[in-house]
Design a protein around this ligand. Structure first.
Ligand code: PLP
Length: 454
């Protein structure tokens, strides 16, 4: 019964990313989700909700895809598990490796499979350090990340994440991690800056950081093509090309964190293609399996792979791997998922319906006196609220204005996400969203903003 589940939940379950006071108050899970179909989920109380955030930006093909469920069941019946160490593999993991490499940017060489975005970033940082050790420059170890970047919540990945919440009381960031400017044009330091001037400002901040720390101490730069959890912020014009130039000049590797953008969300297979950059490493997870099973991919670029190969005789077995690396069930889900993305034309739909969605949002709510900015790229959109939009003054965080709007949307049957910093309402629907469903999200947003802010 629901009462029994509430009791067990209160007594037993330590939920992730939850205010600890909720446990202290003995609150039970607010929603028990039981099923889903397309862009909708349903709960135990019979509510049907349009999921405008695809879980946590991950259910890219939508819910209830029987093709993926069958592939998982077939794999579990045939071979539920065998490890991938030292030359072992399953049909599913080898097939998926080939499919990922066929879709990855041209300069990529190999793929390593883990379980989630955090561990894939952990792998990538270890590979960067391994690479520099092979090259005999052990002092070149620091990693530059951006404020507002999100890269996970482990010890290294939580350090890379540029949100205070993920550092506070955990003794993070680790000493090897340094942060630079977020490419957040709406919150630029000077209102008179053009996008190009703001890009130049970000580049100059990066150059200054590199000069201060010393290029010979810096191994890599990590960034999401579009800042995700930090506020869903597409970069200003020319940003990625300009950053790549700086990194190349100082022999600093580029890690592109595509956990959100990988496999179609921006309307291209990868965000690196969308912005025309050449990564040394790509991090991906979420859209790789559309979250039907946990799986991540660290994709290694040719220039790193060549060096790693050179170092093998001397170093022997690489001391990195998990029991569940390349898990056959995750891999089977990935194969079925990537096939479905192709068959349904979801990358193109992310471009077409995604752009329709956020542009309609801009037309419908952008004129409201408390909507500072509506921005988007592909199937990502954000509505940033402001107390005074002309002066770019924001609401006091303690008022929880964004969260109130999201709660008012929920009453209208639509899920959006109150982003963790600032009053920003975030949207990352499944890539199979239709125009009618996009209209439904826009209407719920408009009505909710009116209800909360007048
Ligand atoms: N990188 C990015 C860009 C993410 O958005 C996330 C999660 O949202 C992660 C890494 C961490 O992934 P996971 O939660 O699967 O560990």
């Amino acid at each position: 019964t629901n009462d029994k589940l509430a009791e067990w939940d209160r007594e037993s379950f330590f939920h992730p990313s939850t205010h600890l006071a909720q446990f202290a108050r003995g609150e039970a899970a607010q929603r028990i989700v039981t099923g889903g179909e397309g862009v909708f989920i349903q709960d135990r109380d019979g509510n049907k909700l349009l999921d405008g955030f695809a879980g946590l930006y991950c259910v890219n093909v939508g819910y209830g895809r029987q093709e993926i469920a069958e592939a998982i069941a077939d794999q579990a019946r045939e071979l539920s598990y065998y490890h991938a160490y030292a030359g072992h593999g399953s049909e599913a993991s080898i097939t998926l490796a080939k499919m990922v490499m066929d879709r990855a940017p041209k300069n990529m060489a190999r793929v390593y499979f883990g379980l989630g975005g955090s561990d894939a970033n952990e792998t990538n940082i270890k590979l960067v350090w391994y690479y520099n050790n092979i090259l005999g420059r052990p002092e070149k170890k620091k990693i530059i990340s951006r404020w507002r970047g999100y890269h996970g919540s482990g010890l290294m990945t939580g350090s890379l994440t540029g949100l205070e919440l993920f550092h506070k009381k955990f003794d993070l960031p680790l000493a090897q991690v340094i942060h630079t400017e977020a490419p957040y044009y709406y919150r630029r330091p000077d209102m008179n800056m053009s996008e190009e001037e703001f890009t130049a400002y970000c580049v100059q901040s990066l150059e200054e950081l590199i000069a201060r720390e010393g290029a010979d101490t810096i191994a890599a730069f990590i960034g999401e093509p579009v800042l995700g959890t930090g506020g869903i912020v597409p970069p200003p014009a020319g940003y990625w090309q300009a950053i790549q130039k700086v990194l190349d000049k100082h022999d600093i590797l580029l890690i592109v964190d595509e956990v959100v953008t990988g496999f179609g969300r921006l309307g291209t297979m990868f965000g690196a293609d969308h912005y025309g950059v050449k990564p040394d490493l790509i991090t991906s997870a979420k859209g790789l399996t559309s979250a039907y099973a946990p799986l991540s991919a660290s994709i290694v670029g040719q220039r790193m792979w060549d060096v790693l190969m050179k170092g093998t005789d001397e170093n022997g077995v690489i001391g990195h791997g998990w029991t569940y690396s390349a898990h056959p069930i995750g891999a089977a889900a990935g194969v079925a998922n990537l096939k479905l993305i192709d068959e349904l034309g979801l990358v193109q739909n992310a471009a077409d319906t995604g752009n329709y969605f956020w542009q309609t949002m801009r037309d419908e709510v952008g004129g409201h006196g408390n909507v500072g900015e509506v921005r988007g790229e592909g199937m990502l959109c954000a509505v940033e609220l402001a107390a005074d939009k002309d002066k770019r003054q924001f609401f006091d965080a303690s008022e929880g204005t964004g969260a109130k709007v999201v709660a008012a949307m929920l009453k209208r049957g639509v899920i959006a996400r109150a982003m963790p910093q600032g009053d920003i309402i975030g949207y990352a629907p499944p890539l199979c969203l239709t125009r009618a469903e996009a209209d439904q999200i826009v209407l719920a947003t408009k009505d909710a903003i009116t209800e909360v802010l007048g």
